[in-house]
Structures are given as C-alpha cells and as structure tokens.
Write a protein that binds this ligand. Structure first.
Ligand SMILES: *Cc1c(COP(=O)(O)O)cnc(C)c1O
Length: 444
C-alpha cells in the first residue's frame, strides 16, 4: 500500500481512535491551566518539524561521519541545530542528539568519569533529579553518589539555599571525580562560579544540569554556566520551549569524548525530526521576543508566589527567582498533603504536581509540597494580573477542598481564563479541523 500525496493528508483520518485522543489532549491543554514547571507550549514550527519525514531517516554517527547513506539533508539539519545551539549559548561545542535530559546526564557521566567513581550532587528530596544518583536510577547503581542539600528553613525566608559550605566540605572529604549543580525543584538562582572554584580545588570535573533554566539562560535572564562548567546538559522542552529532548554543551577539548559517549556509547540512531525541531527552537530562543518572554516568565512566577504568600502559604526558600514556585502546604492546612492538593486542583482544571520540600516528613508519593511553574501560561500570554488570579484560585480550591460546588465554580473560572489565553488559537494548515489541533502560538 502506498502513502497518499502529502498535501492531501488529513493526518489522522485513518486512525479515529488516536485522532480522538489527540483532540481530547488539545482540548485539555487549551481549557485547563498548565502549571507544571517542566512543561511549555511549543510553537507550530516546532510541532511541524517534530512531525516531519525526518522521522524516517537513520543517521547513526555525526554529520560527515554517518554509517548509512542518504544523510546529506540530515547532516545539514544536524549541523544547523549544532551551530544554532553553539551561537545561542556562546558554547564551543554542542551535541544535539540526546533523546532526553536523562540521556544527556548519563552521557556526561560516561564521558567524564568511570563507573564506581564518586559524584557530588544535590539530594533528591531537596531538589535534585533522579539522574543525580537515585537508587532507582541507573546513575545510582553505576556511580557512588554523595549528596549536598540546602540550608535550614528560616522565618525570614533567607534559608533553603544551596549549602555551598557543605558542598565544599564534602568535596574536600570525598574527593569526587565530578560535581553536579542543577535542580528540578529549587526556586533560586544557581551561581555556577562557586561550584567551579570548589571543583578546581579538589580536581573534579564540573557539570551543570540546566534542564529547567535553559531557556532563562539562553535569554540572558539567568547566569550562564557555559564556559564555567566543563559540560552543560539541558532539556529542550522546559523553559527553552522546544521539542521533547536533550542536548549538551562543552568545551572544544571535550567534544570528542562527549560525542562518543552519546553515540555509540549510549544511543543508536538520533531522532533527526526532533533535532530539526530543536534547531527551530534554538532560532526562536535567539529572538528578542524570547528575551521579553523569559523576563515575563520571571515576573509571572514572582506574581504567583506573592499571591500564594498573601493567601497564607509558606514559600520554600521564601519566594522565587526563576520560573518555579514551591509551596509548603503544612502551614496552610496541616492535613493537606501534596497528593490531595494535586488531585483536587486537577478537578478544578489546575494542573500541577506534588513535590517533596526540604526535610519533608512525607514520602515522595504523598509529599507536603506543591510545585508550580509559569513558563507555559506565559507562552499562552498570561501576565502578572492573571497569575495573581491563578494564585487566588489555587487558594480557594485548597481552602474549600471538600466543597464540590466551589471546585466546580473554580473549574468554570479556569475555563473562562483559559479561553482568553489560548495557546493554540488558530488551526494549522493540514491539521484535523475537528480536533482544532496544532494551532499557532500567539505573538509571544
Ligand atoms: C527534567 C530534568 C531532567 C531530565 O529530563 P528528561 O527529559 O525528563 O529525561 C534532568 N535533570 C533535571 C535537573 C531535570 O529537571
């Protein structure tokens, strides 16, 4: 059976089941609030590149050194993505093949150190990532992790900052081969410089995992670890607003090591369609509008944090300097767990995730915290006024979590708010109309 001409394809007419599911998902994304800190709304151009025929191509190797034929175009795509990444972050070398942030981290470990070596990284329950040594992650099985955390909480909000004295003490005592900075739930700026100094003192490599702030760094609203850390890993789908995927930046002298750790060290053929979409995202992030966007992301997170503090929540680390807000639910309601909060907010159309807070007495499945992020709804066009309303709606739901009427009422308020800030207002050419799917992101 041959494929129909591309131009005439209604992509999913042949599969009503998947088509209906995609329609449901686009409806969910358009009518509920997306406050998961690791999510964003990609542009139609990123969506188009992700859905392109490059998915058909096998390109094991690197541009100019592929194992299979027919890679002239794939080479240009990947070269373009690498060049754009290098320019965007002022790096010496980029590898755009990692399938995800986790793969990029594993590749960095593989490139720099040996199994059994010691890695100093952030504790998981204080904001680190699974790939920073969780016993359930392959990273925790292959390497010996030693963990630092944050300083104790204080009344005035000046605590719960990365404890650099502890990083230094542990580095001197444990002599790690690699020090990792970077977090998944930490609301303050991370200055890479002190980590560099500590790494130099003990002769360790320094890796910065910029999975979350990559877009903020690209826009210049957060300090850049590029040129400070030996290797920077990041995801392309969080604040950077590109396709789901990972990437790595490094100094020129580490390029070969990094490249061979990704392929053939860890992965098979790269996803050239995802790489094309990464190239699109890198170009978008280089535009002045993206800098404006990133600044608004920070102001929106601050507005959300202020509204939540006003409503009686304790903010972990006393507030935010990035796109995330981490709230401690215990001060608001001793009985309220992160799990309950996430579920009841979901019913009100507010999508976020439960998260452990530093020294959380509850398990990672229950938790005492809630993590929120401003990156996605800022893309949809929301500003500080809307974020203040969102904070009030969250407090209203959690205060009345047993009252179905209030939850329904908020669900309607959320629906009305989302209608004014639709991430995908106009259908893309060729997209299924009924689904109303894949449409254009507004000017922002
Ligand atoms: C999200 C994240 C990752 C992993 O990214 P995936 O694409 O989900 O594999 C790695 N490190 C940190 C700090 C993250 O926040």
């Amino acid at each position: 059976m041959s494929n129909p001409p591309l131009a005439s394809i209604d992509p999913l007419a042949s599969d009503p089941e998947v088509s209906a599911l995609l329609a449901d998902e686009i409806e969910r994304q358009r009518t509920t609030l997306q406050l998961i800190a690791s999510e964003n709304f990609t542009s139609p151009a990123v969506l188009a590149a992700s859905a392109s025929v490059l998915t058909n191509k096998y390109s094991e190797g690197y541009p100019g050194r592929r194992y299979y034929g027919g890679n002239a175009v794939a080479d240009r795509v990947e070269d373009l993505a690498r060049e754009r990444a290098v320019r965007l972050f002022a790096a010496e070398h980029a590898n755009v093949q990692p399938h995800a942030g986790a793969s990029a981290n594993l590749a960095a470990y593989q490139a720099l150190i040996e199994p059994g070596d010691t890695i100093l990284a952030m504790r998981l329950d204080q904001g680190g990532h699974l790939t920073h040594g969780s016993p359930v992650s392959i990273t925790g099985k292959l390497y010996r992790f030693v963990s630092y955390g944050v300083t104790p909480a204080t009344e005035d909000g000046s605590g719960e900052r990365i404890d650099l004295d502890l990083v230094r003490d542990l580095a001197r005592r444990e002599r790690p081969a690699l020090i990792v900075a970077g977090t998944t739930a930490y609301t303050r700026l991370i200055d890479p410089q002190p980590f560099r100094e500590i790494a130099d003192e003990v002769g360790a490599y320094f890796m910065f995992d910029a999975a979350h702030p990559a877009g903020l760094i690209a826009a210049g609203v957060h300090p850049s670890p590029v040129g400070v850390a030996d290797v920077v890993t990041f995801t392309t789908h969080k604040t950077l607003r590109g396709p789901r995927g990972g990437a790595m930046l490094c100094r020129g002298d580490l390029a070969k090591q990094i490249d061979s750790a990704v392929f053939p060290g860890l992965q098979g053929g790269p996803l050239e369609h995802a790489i094309a979409a990464k190239a699109v995202a890198f170009a978008e992030a280089a535009r002045p509008e993206f800098r404006t966007y990133a600044g608004q992301v920070l102001r929106n997170a601050a507005a959300l944090a202020a509204a939540l503090a006003e409503a009686g929540f304790r903010l972990v680390a006393g507030g935010t300097e990035n796109h995330t807000v981490l709230i401690d639910l215990r001060s608001f309601d001793a009985e309220l767990t992160g799990k309950i909060a996430q579920e009841v907010l979901d019913r009100a159309g507010i999508t976020c995730n439960r998260n452990q807070i530093p020294d959380d007495p509850r398990s990672p499945f229950v938790t005492s915290g809630l993590r929120l992020g401003s990156a996605a709804e800022t893309t949809a066009g929301m500003g500080e006024a809307e974020m203040t309303i969102v904070g009030e709606l969250i407090a209203k739901v959690l205060r009345n979590r047993q009252d179905e009427r209030v939850i329904d009422e908020v669900r309607e308020d959320v629906r009305a708010l989302c209608a004014k800030f639709d991430p995908y207002p106009t259908p893309l050419p060729g997209a299924p109309r009924a689904a109303g799917a894949y449409a254009a992101v507004g000017a922002n």
